[in-house]
Design a protein around this ligand. Sequence first.
Ligand code: ADP
Length: 493
Amino acid sequence: MPHGDGASSLQRGKLSRNDLIRDKAYIDGKWIEADGSASIDVDDPFTGEIIGKAPSVSEDQTKAAISSAEKAFPGWAKELTRHRGAILRRWFDLVMDHQEDLARLITLENGKPLKEARAEVAYGAGFIEFYADEAGRMFGETIPSPVEGRRLLVEPEPIGVCAAITPWNFPLAMLTRKAAPALAAGCTMVAKPASQTPLSAYALAVLAEEAGLPAGVLNVITGKAGMIGGLLTSSPVVRKISFTGSTEIGAKLMEASAPSIKRLSLELGGNAPLLIFDDADLETAVETALVAKFRNSGQSCIAANRIYAQKGIYEAFLKAFAKRVSALALGDGFNEATDIGPLIDKAGVAKVEEHLDDAVAGGATILSGGKSSGGQLMPPTLLRDVAPDALLTREETFGPLAGVIPFAAEEEGVRFANDTPFGLAAYLCSENPATIARVGRTIESGMVGINTGLISTAVVPFGGVKMSGLGREGSSHGLMEYLNLKYLCHAGL
Ligand code: ADP
């Protein structure tokens, strides 16, 4: 494996506060070693070096985390919303005060370029800031009664103990997106980050503790996903699961949650199309494709997985896009110039190469990039004339491989775009307001980026339709995911 400028992973990822790196689980406000000292190795995807250990908790410790959240719930739910908001606000400030350290930790365990890791910290912190304010805005309703002598009231109340299961591609932001609204609502939480990237989640817990979050309100555990997932779904105490990850695991969690009728938020796989129409602004289309496809080295659930360009702009787009793709710098995330870091693991590289081979076998031509030269660095790759039924149009590639497919009329482009069981994000580039309005409405997805590939922010509802999931994260809608509505009927007035 390459070693960047020759420094070891730990030197490259040096933090100003080393105590942000923990190797213990966070249960009931205490840092606890896993039973039998069982642990998971965490590696640096660029060098392959082991950079830390995360605890692999036992069944008893998983149950202890659930009990601790249960014990903390009544007090936290009763807390004044402005006090909950103030703690979240302090947590936000601490996260931003430690933006550089947290970004380095993300790059160390995930491999993404440092500039993107810094952006992830700011994005992730945005959820804490947003819900710090939102805590005070959980308004109820009074409904005019259709009969005399009654007052009809609706009051939101926190669901109870919630579980968060998060993936490795945005190790910090995927957790704040769940924890911030849950805690603002008055829920308590057991969080299980991905085994590949547990360090960012534990660092967030260190800062939450410093912000004054009471013991048991947020618990973080790592270990065997099947065992922890099994206990979280089967526990009658856990009232809600919020999961971000694959559709396959999401479906399993849904099934396992059925006997105890849990609330679910599922942010699952995407297969986002990008439609570039003849009347698009060329520079805007290239910028949109670049960001929508290559951000996070293509490892994003809203990544543009399939790029469709209309025949009139096809050649000009390919020429301009190829120039930009070939200029993307591949390498060590700690190098400020790097645009594309290593993929998370070897299986990730193998999948991208499988999609590349399949497209080429189906008639596509490589304009830039190609196979990896071993290791986890996959060069940014551009293909033209990809067949409309190529593997890369059907499965999430989750890597820096862009395949471009021509389409004739709008109707054909929209048909290609909607020909998938998924529906998380979609993108379109056009300068024609009528095309934007028509296609924006017809496309089957939870989110549509129009002339932009950057759509995520804490203030909007993020989520999918079809097999891409249930529920929304972010915005006031994201808070509702952690609240029940209680109707009180007051008679005899
Ligand atoms: P990805 O492809 O992003 O790794 P996964 O769905 O496999 O997607 O993983 C997302 C999260 O779900 C991770 O935290 C992982 O550990 C967890 N996970 C994997 N398998 C299970 C399971 N059977 N039950 C609960 N959580 C699981």
